[in-house]
Design a protein around this ligand. Structure first.
Ligand code: HXC
Length: 257
């Protein structure tokens, strides 16, 4: 393919993006950022794809932004370029994204995992925001998304000390949805993604939008938003099919319409 720092594959209705800079523990340089965002947006636009998986290697999901690349950055340039802003595009993907995390998910790596919708961790996963040890702070949402995920006390401690937390602690804290043995990580992530991809696409997009609203608005506004989409779901053929299939005791055959 045209990509240098990622591998892109598809299996049925699942699009798979594998970070692939093994010599740098998948450090997120500009090229990798550009490629991940481009590949994710291409899958998001593709009607044959219902769900995405983002993964790394056994040793590292990603060890953060590329320190060697950013070392000499200067304020006016990064400010005027709005450096790192392309990552925000991942938060605007409409289709669900599963992060399959093994090994290090540090700094931008942890932030990338948190930009995804379902986070499945191998028992080897290690999460952290060690930016403070480099004299900086997170730059693609870590201080915000980690705080929403695990609460202020743990987020503050992790961010201020830069310590890593293992998969067990991350699950207890609510950062990850599930822990699986490392050698089953990809299969489990794929099974989850295939399950999601087999749902009615409009319903899955509504569901993702609605859950994400919980982080953007008040409870009353969020419930109102959910109610509108719930009503709208009755305009889909898939609602008729899903409910008919239940009544007829057969599997639903969704047409994504
Ligand atoms: C550039 C990196 C890197 C990084 C690892 N490498 N992390 N290069 N940027 N973030 C490179 C190393 O330089 C080394 O290359 C090779 O990958 C293997 O790493 P080692 O350190 O030798 O491996 P190990 O001893 O197993 O230690 C693993 C590690 C450590 C604990 C993960 O590499 C580490 O602490 N990395 C930095 C983690 C970090 O601070 N991340 C936050 C970055 S700031 P050579 O050529 O020497 O073999 C950030 C800001 C967020 O993310 C902004 C948003 C994107």
């Amino acid at each position: 393919t045209e990509y240098e720092t990622i591998l892109v594959d598809r299996k049925g209705r699942v699009g798979i993006i594998t970070l692939n800079r093994p010599k740098a523990l998948n450090a997120l340089n500009t090229e990798l950022m550009t490629e991940v965002v481009a590949a994710a947006k291409a899958f998001d636009r593709d009607p044959e794809i219902g769900c995405l998986v983002v993964t790394g290697s056994e040793k590292a999901f990603a060890a953060g932004a590329d320190i060697k690349e950013m070392q000499e950055n200067a304020f006016p340039e990064v400010y005027l370029d709005d450096w790192l802003a392309p990552w925000d595009e991942l938060s605007r993907l409409r289709k669900p994204v599963v992060a399959a995390v093994a090994g290090y998910a540090l700094g931008g790596g942890c932030e990338l995992a948190m930009l995804c919708d379902i986070l499945i961790a191998a028992d080897t996963a290690k999460f952290g925001q060690p930016e403070i040890k480099l004299g900086v702070i997170p730059g693609i949402g870590g201080s915000q998304r980690l705080t929403r995920a695990v609460g202020k006390a743990k987020a503050m401690e992790l961010c201020l000390t830069g310590r890593m937390m293992g998969a067990e602690e991350a699950e207890r804290a609510g950062l990850v949805s599930r822990i699986v043995p490392a050698d089953e990580l990809l299969a489990e992530a794929m099974a989850t993604a295939e399950t999601v991809a087999a749902m009615s696409a409009p319903a899955a997009v509504m569901m993702k939008e609605s859950v994400n609203r919980a982080f953007e608005t008040t409870l009353a506004e969020g419930v109102r938003f959910e109610r509108r989409l719930f009503h709208a779901a009755f305009a889909t053929a898939d609602q008729k099919e899903g409910m008919a299939a239940f009544a007829e005791k057969r599997p639903a055959e969704f047409t994504n319409r």
